[in-house]
Design a binder for this molecule. Structure first.
Ligand SMILES: *Cc1c(COP(=O)(O)O)cnc(C)c1O
Length: 389
């Protein structure tokens, strides 16, 4: 049997895959098993921050693999400690918890928010978490409950109780929810809703959340699983909105292609999590942390300026182009509404050598942060022609 046949026979049918088998790549170019070449405008859903088979990152990971690939959290290891230091100094957050995915990072954030409220206000007094309609926070039963999209919920009831959903960019509606409920511990949101269709929150709405949180000692939890690690043109998206989260999570791009999720806790909940509160066997894996340290060290002002410049180019080229109805997003996290059926555009792009993603009815671009400008230009030309035809 070939790969496609083996996959459909033996792998659980949770994914609708595109009909190509990817074999290898270099940077933002990838080849399938038939030798066809593609420009990668998805980077494994914002994961391969510096593209495929990046030498610096490989060296960082393999050097650590040759020393100690895993230790368990019973012992201290250097890479995790250094990574936590970098994350905290570059964000002003106080403590890091390491897990292996975005969902796990968010589970930690939810547990931490509930424990903060339980410690301060008494058990069961404040446990509810407000999230936004069209949000996406993960696939575990609890992070699914946090995800404000009914279509993900329907076959898995009952989900973890205690989640309320507010429409994005509607301060009045959020205030009404918060004012009618004494038991709210946290408001959790993405600054650019990724899976929800690449929708950036408006500054006024974000200011409204911050004000509500401050007035009521409600924790502000920002999910930067997708928006984080340079993706939107700042290290974390909240840094461009002028807010400071009490808890933030990130994952996807941080590991450069290997699984890591982090929950960062600020001043308020610096000491909330204590021995026994939480844990993860693989969390803080030294080889992955060594790779993440390399990724983080390269997300500097010059790279971020470059991300913003490439974003400006893509937005300018596509806005108002024939067959393009709208372009939204921040940095290299962009969503494009097409006049033609989306799947036709995606297929045409692939056939013309450009791999793109979708999100909630939009074409979504999440290229590697260091994608060369000439590849951006080529890809945009293909996308433009596929939207127009
Ligand atoms: C992808 C994503 C998650 C889930 O991350 P996993 O690593 O798949 O568990 C959570 N939140 C946001 C905003 C995401 O984009």
């Amino acid at each position: 049997m070939n790969t496609k046949e083996l996959d459909s026979k033996y792998i659980a049918g949770t994914y609708a895959r595109f009909p190509i088998v990817l074999k290898e790549g270099r940077g933002s170019v990838v080849w399938d098993t038939e030798g066809k070449e593609y420009i990668d405008m998805g980077s494994g859903i914002a994961v391969n921050a510096f593209g495929i088979a990046d030498h610096e990152w490989i060296n960082a990971v393999t050097a650590q693999l040759g020393k100690l690939q895993h230790s368990s959290n019973l012992y201290y290891t250097e890479p995790g400690a250094l990574l936590a230091e970098q994350l905290c100094t570059r964000t002003g957050m106080k403590k890091a918890f390491f897990g292996n995915s975005g969902a796990e990072a968010n589970e930690c954030a939810i547990k931490c928010a509930r424990k903060y409220a339980a410690d301060k206000y008494g058990a069961d007094k404040r446990y509810k978490i407000v999230t936004l309609v069209n949000s996406f926070h993960g696939r575990t039963i609890t992070t699914l409950a946090a995800t404000g999209q009914d279509e993900y919920h329907k076959d898995f009831q009952p989900l973890t109780p205690g989640f309320l959903y507010a429409p994005a960019n509607d301060c009045g509606a959020l205030k009404a929810i918060v004012e009618s409920d004494e038991a709210i511990a946290a408001i959790m949101f993405e600054l650019v809703q990724g899976e929800g269709g690449v929708l950036p929150l408006e500054q006024d709405f974000v200011d409204c959340i911050a004000e509500i949180c401050k007035a009521r000692d409600i924790l502000m939890v920002v999910d930067e699983v997708q928006t984080g690690n340079g993706r939107t043109g700042t290290l974390y998206a909240w840094q461009r909105y002028g807010i400071t989260p009490d808890i933030m999570t990130t994952a996807k791009g941080l590991g450069g292609g290997l699984p890591i999720g982090v929950c960062l806790m600020g001043e308020k909940c610096e000491n909330t999590m204590t021995p026994g509160s939480h844990g993860s066997t693989f969390g803080g894996n030294p080889a992955i942390c060594a790779g993440a340290l390399n990724v983080l060290s390269r997300i500097d002002d010059a790279l971020l300026a470059d991300v913003r410049a490439k974003s400006d180019y893509i937005v300018k080229e596509l806005t108002g182009a024939p067959g393009v109805e709208s372009v939204a997003g921040l940095g290299l996290m962009l969503g494009i509404k097409t006049a033609k059926p989306l799947s036709d555009v995606v297929t045409a792009c692939r056939e013309n050598g450009v791999l793109v993603l979708t999100a909630h009815g939009k074409l979504r671009l999440l290229p590697a942060l260091n994608i060369p400008m000439e590849l951006v230009k080529k890809a945009v030309a293909v996308i433009k022609s596929c939207c127009a035809e």
